[in-house]
Design a protein around this ligand. Structure first.
Ligand SMILES: *[C@@H]1O[C@H](CO)[C@@H](O)[C@H](O)[C@H]1NC(C)=O
Ligand SMILES: *[C@@H]1O[C@H](CO)[C@@H](O)[C@H](O)[C@H]1NC(C)=O
Ligand SMILES: *[C@@H]1O[C@H](CO)[C@@H](O)[C@H](O)[C@H]1NC(C)=O
Ligand SMILES: *[C@@H]1O[C@H](CO)[C@@H](O)[C@H](O)[C@H]1NC(C)=O
Ligand SMILES: *[C@@H]1O[C@H](CO)[C@@H](O)[C@H](O)[C@H]1NC(C)=O
Ligand SMILES: *[C@@H]1O[C@H](CO)[C@@H](O)[C@H](O)[C@H]1NC(C)=O
Ligand SMILES: *[C@@H]1O[C@H](CO)[C@@H](O)[C@H](O)[C@H]1NC(C)=O
Ligand SMILES: *[C@@H]1O[C@H](CO)[C@@H](O)[C@H](O)[C@H]1NC(C)=O
Ligand SMILES: *[C@@H]1O[C@H](CO)[C@@H](O)[C@H](O)[C@H]1NC(C)=O
Length: 573
């Protein structure tokens, strides 16, 4: 009896605990930019006092504080109930209060750096590894606390460039997005912040890290191919790619997975090398052709290995030229989706099909036009369609760029600025751009004013006449839902040679008329600014059936040496 009531009591305590744990979450309370010269101690006291005002006691306030951002960003993270969070968010000095959810962010470093600039392709999450566990481990490793990102950005001392391969899974307003907040304060200190655009493409509006003060980087192919063809017994070579190191010295018997499965493998999953489907007796010592689908590519290799296979040939999960190059657990190569039929026909047609896979040879400077990785996130900007993110792609020098061979999507169709932004980054030319579009911290605060955010920096007053978001001095032009005519101004600063004259060239988006005035900019010295006005007008009637659809163009200033090119995206109302 006594035992029972103790148990009940314990259960009640546990229930209560788990209830309150479920209710209390880590929130980030963002107070804006530090002003004045408070000591770190005073800042922490201030944060305690905010907490004290919503918690019962100073002890509770202290116990709930997780971390104080004291250096650049003024804010803190704390365990709060939803009620307490609401109360804090209603305080005048508080810019925003948002849940710290590490799961909202995906680390992208594994894709871009592990294999050092591989061609990678993945459209539906089934084509590659499941990185979730790895990501969590990495986020965990980075710092046990939940507010790593803001914290890292708060303590960026002596840093000039930050490259952040972390992407929020969903779009949040700028002031509820730890990366955007941190980056803004970093930009104030002249730190360049570059972030990945995300790997949620190719669907529209998947681009993340869209704050205009962030340099956003997409993913595209580079001039490198990891060639590893299949040689069939009849002498035919089928092109393939791999990054798995191996050496196959001879020809092996070649089988199609669909022919070497255990009984009971249903027709809808045949040929896919799913877990447990291959028969070891029929597979041992052979090379297996696996079709793509229903499981991660790497798991297919694990299954072939389990069944004793000597290697495997994987059908690329996507049609087109974006190859899913991954590290496999046994000799393997990936063939173009259409080419898998060649291999299967050979198997079907030969009494003793044989094959080998040629070990990888890395070829640089192949003559393939650059294309966007199919997973690379895409515009339009879901948060502010009037900002065309100047995405730049993984470095690719050479002639295959947006001024020469057009960048394509993975199917070979022309890509748009929603995919490649301003195009490929060319380091040598970027070091001597001629003109720059300067935007200051104050310009970004004005931009935030137009977005209804007026308290990030208490020393800044929003102007009475708000600018349109398109008016931010940005090196691209996006106008969403143009109704008739719009004029925006831009200012360029001469960072090239002293006396110079730049003339403008315009490629108007189809269905629009564009005028840029003046058409010539004359500079007398380095550091001078010149402004110009861009007028965009809908050609009458041209777009009646294309409401909401974007059309693309560009304009460029050139002095004959430098070309300063800006993409344009316009949709009509
Ligand atoms: C990836 O793995 C995690 C943990 O094992 C799981 O929760 C998640 O659903 C998986 N994601 C996919 C797309 O399979
Ligand atoms: C294949 O079909 C079987 C029943 O015929 C079903 O149970 C199974 O879920 C299907 N598998 C897939 C991957 O669609
Ligand atoms: C397939 O097998 C691998 C390796 O044993 C395992 O990690 C994975 O969870 C399995 N997948 C499914 C869908 O059962
Ligand atoms: C398959 O597609 C690739 C890339 O588009 C192409 O190079 C190749 O010739 C095609 N193969 C066949 C058999 O059509
Ligand atoms: C087998 O080869 C012959 C001759 O090369 C060809 O006509 C036929 O289409 C092939 N059959 C299959 C199933 O590929
Ligand atoms: C652009 O600049 C001109 C003068 O250079 C000014 O008259 C005009 O109001 C400006 N337009 C906008 C939209 O700022
Ligand atoms: C040019 O514009 C930038 C940014 O607005 C400003 O900081 C700079 O002082 C201007 N330079 C001149 C010479 O007006
Ligand atoms: C710019 O235009 C002027 C006048 O048309 C012309 O004299 C000059 O050569 C042009 N400069 C360049 C670099 O095209
Ligand atoms: C476009 O502007 C005109 C007047 O300037 C207005 O009557 C019309 O409603 C506007 N259309 C849209 C779609 O906003």
């Amino acid at each position: 009896m006594k035992g029972d009531s103790l148990l009940v009591l314990l259960l009640l305590v546990l229930l209560h605990l788990s209830n309150s744990l479920a209710q209390r979450q880590v929130y980030i309370v963002y107070v804006g930019e530090h002003s004045g010269k408070k000591t770190l101690r005073e800042v922490e006291d201030l944060h305690h006092s905010y907490l004290h005002s919503v918690k019962g006691s100073i002890e509770e306030a202290r116990a709930s504080l997780v971390y104080s951002y004291k250096h650049i960003i003024n804010g803190f993270s704390a365990f709060l109930t939803p009620d307490e969070a609401t109360k804090l968010s209603e305080m005048e000095e508080v810019v925003s209060v948002f849940r710290s959810r590490p799961r909202r962010y995906g680390l992208q470093t594994t894709r871009s750096w592990d294999f050092v600039n591989l061609l990678e392709g993945e459209s539906d999450g089934k084509g590659g590894l499941n990185h979730t566990n790895e990501e969590e481990a990495l986020l965990h490793k980075a710092n046990g606390a939940k507010d790593v990102i803001v914290g890292l950005l708060d303590t960026a001392d002596g840093v000039h460039v930050m490259s952040i391969s972390i992407v929020p899974f969903d779009l949040a307003p700028y002031t509820s997005d730890g990366i955007a907040i941190g980056a803004l304060h970093a930009v104030k200190r002249n730190i360049v912040v570059a972030c990945s655009a995300g790997n949620e493409g190719p669907n529209p509006s998947t681009v993340r890290n869209v704050a205009p003060w962030i340099l956003t980087v997409g993913a595209s192919s580079i001039d490198r191919v990891f060639r590893s063809p299949v040689v069939l017994g009849n002498g035919i070579q089928v092109q393939g790619q791999t990054v798995t190191p191996f050496k196959l010295e001879k020809m092996y018997p070649l089988v199609y997975a669909g022919d070497v499965e255990v009984p009971g493998t249903t027709a809808n999953i045949t040929g896919l090398c799913l877990n447990g489907t291959l028969s070891p007796e029929l597979v041992k010592g052979k090379i297996v052709l696996c079709y793509s689908g229903y499981s991660y590519n790497v798991e297919k290799g694990v299954e072939v290995k389990r069944a004793g296979g000597a290697g495997f040939i994987l059908q690329n999960p996507l049609s087109g030229i974006g190859i899913a190059v991954e590290a496999h657990v046994l000799p393997a190569t990936v063939v173009f989706s259409n080419d898998s039929a060649t291999v299967l026909n050979y198997i079907r047609n030969d009494t003793n099909p044989m094959a080998t896979i040629v070990p990888v040879k890395t070829l640089v400077d192949n003559n393939v036009a650059p294309f966007m990785a199919p997973f690379s996130s895409t515009g339009p900007n879901g948060l502010d369609p009037n900002i065309l993110k100047v995405l730049v792609n993984i470095l690719r020098a050479g002639q295959n760029n947006n001024m020469g061979m057009p960048i394509t999507d993975v199917q070979g169709s022309a890509a748009t600025p929603f995919q490649y932004g301003a195009g490929h980054f060319k380091p040598t030319q970027a070091a001597d751009p001629g003109l720059v579009y300067d935007a200051t911290y104050a310009d970004y605060l004005q931009f935030l004013c137009s977005n209804g955010v007026n308290n990030v920096d208490k020393s800044f007053k929003c102007p009475n006449a708000l600018l349109a978001p398109s008016d931010l001095n940005y090196p691209s032009l996006a106008i969403s839902k143009l109704n008739g005519t719009m004029t925006v101004n831009r200012t360029v600063t001469n960072v090239g040679v002293g006396e110079s004259v730049y003339n403008v060239t315009v490629q108007a988006p189809a269905g629009y008329w564009i005028e840029i005035l003046p058409t010539s900019l004359r500079f007398g010295a380095v550091g001078e600014n010149r402004s110009f006005a861009i007028t965009v007008k809908e050609e009458s009637g041209a777009l009646r059936d294309k409401v909401g659809q974007y059309a693309f163009g560009w304009y460029a200033w050139s002095d004959g040496v430098h070309i300063v090119r800006s993409p344009i995206a316009v949709s009509s109302a």
